[in-house]
Every structure is written in C-alpha cells, then in structure tokens.
Ligand binder design. Sequence first.
Ligand code: 5AD
Ligand code: FES
Length: 348
Amino acid sequence: MTAIVEELRRGRNLPEAALKELIECADYDEELFRQADEVRRQYYGTDVYIRGLIELTNYCKNDCFYCGIRRSNTQAVRYRLSRQDILECCREGYALGFRTFVLQGGEDGYYTDDRVCEIVSDIRAQYPDCAITLSLGEKPYESYLAFFKAGADRYLLRHETADETHYRKLHPPEQKLSVRKQCLWNLKKIGYQVGSGFMVGSPYQTTENLISDLRFLQELEPAMIGIGPFIPHHQTPFGEYAGGTLTLSLRMVAILRLMFPYALIPATTALGTIHPQGRELGLKAGANVVMPNLSPVKVRRLYELYDNKICTGEESAECRGCLEKRVASAGYRIVTARGDVACKSRRE
Ligand code: 5AD
Ligand code: FES
C-alpha cells in the first residue's frame, strides 16, 4: 500500500493507472492521510491560516449549471455590498486577527474596474500589512493588471474541471474552458499568487477528469488550491443530482498535499457543509487554510452557491471563535500571519 503513496510524495509523476487506483481505492486512504499530514507538518508545521471571506455580490452574468447564483435563477434575491460595507467588514475582520481579505463575488458588471480598484486601494491604504485576495471571475488582462497595481496580491479562480468535454457539461456554450485557463496564465504572468481548483463529484465527473485536474494543476503550479464537494442547489438544473462524497473529497485533499507540498489548501465551507466535522477532517487530510465568512450577516443567506451552506446565521466573531476550537480539536493552531505560500525549495 505504501509504495504508490511514497512515489507520489517523492514527486514522481505517477502513471495514469497508479493515480486511478489511488483515487478509486479506499485501501490507500490510511497511508495517504498519514503521509499527507506528515508533509504538511514538514512545510507548515501545525499552522492554519485564516482568510476573511467577504462576499461582495451575488449578481452574476454567468450561468454555470451547478451554481445557485447563476443568472437564470430568477428566485435568487440579489444584493451588492457598497464600498463602506466592505470596509466595515475589513475593520471587523482586522480586529479579529484577519490579515488576508478575500473579496469574492459573481461576475457583476456593477463592479467596474474603477470601482474594484477604488475598493482595493482603500483596503491597501488602510491595512498595509494585509494581503488582498480577489475572486471576481474572468476578466481581461488589463483589468487584472489594474487590480494588481491598485494593491491586490492574490487571485482565486477555480478552473472547475480541466477536461473540455466535462466543462461543456457543466457550463453553457458561451463559457469556455480555454478562456478560463488563459485567465489563470494571465494572472500568473502579472505576478499574482494564483489559486485554482475544482469541485469533487460534480455531475458527469470521471476519475480521468480528476486526473486531468491534477495534471493541469501540475502545469499551472498554483500557490493555492481550493477544492470541495459538489453540493446540489435546488434551484439549478443539477438540483436532483448526487453530491460529491466526503471520502473522495478528503482523498483528493491528501493527494494534492503530496503533489503540491508547498500549496495553501483550504478546508472549505463545502466540506464543512456535507459533514459536521468536514473541515477538521480536511485539515487532517492535509489542508492548512480556513476561510470563515466576514460578510454582513444580513446578506449571508443570499450568497447561496449550494443548499444548506453553513455559517449563514453566525456573526464573524462567532465563526472566528468556533474555528479556533475546531482547528485546535484537529490538532492544529490558527495563526494570524498573512500566510504567503511556502518556499518551494523546501521540498525534500
Ligand atoms: N457545490 C459546490 N461548490 C460550488 N461552487 C459553485 N457552485 C457549487 C456547488 N453547487 C464552487 C465553484 C466556485 C466556487 C466559488 O464555489 O467551484 O468556483
Ligand atoms: Fe461559522 Fe463554526 S465556523 S459557526
């Protein structure tokens, strides 16, 4: 059982068949999780970084079949945060020890480049010791460049699936995988710390698709990799589809930790949604980041990408305290440092 896991850890490029076995077969899990935790401790000790997530807007011009805030969901109640709202979230977050703010939202034309730059430069000026992460979807090169110059450091854009045929089953034809990938390359070129990732157990996903995801990430070498189970949202075309499982999600976290020892990997809210201890288990499988919500409580329920999302009623301070306990119970420790990516050369 240990040979394949060991190979993966040594950075050998596992052949297709070996990867497939690792992804499909529970026999490796114990060894996989043990070694993933070892690697994570080697690179990051017991540190867990916290990112304050601010959900700017649930307006979105896209129509991803899996997502609750897709434009065709006419039942979604839409909202936008103002610059003042956002700065207030940062103020509250800073006091709670957050040194990274993640501004995430649907692709909403209201947030023009000028508006985004204004918000970013305000945060940059008020919190020079904080990292600013954007997660605002696909934009032209020039927009990404402008945000970067305004003071943004990092950008999250999951590729969702690296397989062309699978991508087309999850998105309408006007949304192109090639464009999404180009956005990621552009972000890298500009100098962002880039985050990508995918959903586990999305409709029609095969093991081969997951292997393509891993291969694409090997090419991209992102600083951050976010994955979580697909969870159906009842007002979408995938409302009746099965969700991704905890086991497969954890297994993929562990595989990612072994393949990308230096990466920042969150134990995602989606993982916490499908199991009461999902995030703790994610940390034990190799994750080293948690991203509690800093959005105003009045809008939290509305940023509903999937059903039954956790933490929609709690104040930011409650989530902060709750996570402190959860992280400790898993055997790790929240640190308030900015948490930039570890140096790759630390690799054995
Ligand atoms: N289930 C799980 N994750 C989802 N996302 C969007 N919709 C869902 C869903 N139904 C993820 C996507 C996106 C991120 C912000 O949330 O991967 O990139
Ligand atoms: Fe939000 Fe536990 S993290 S309530």
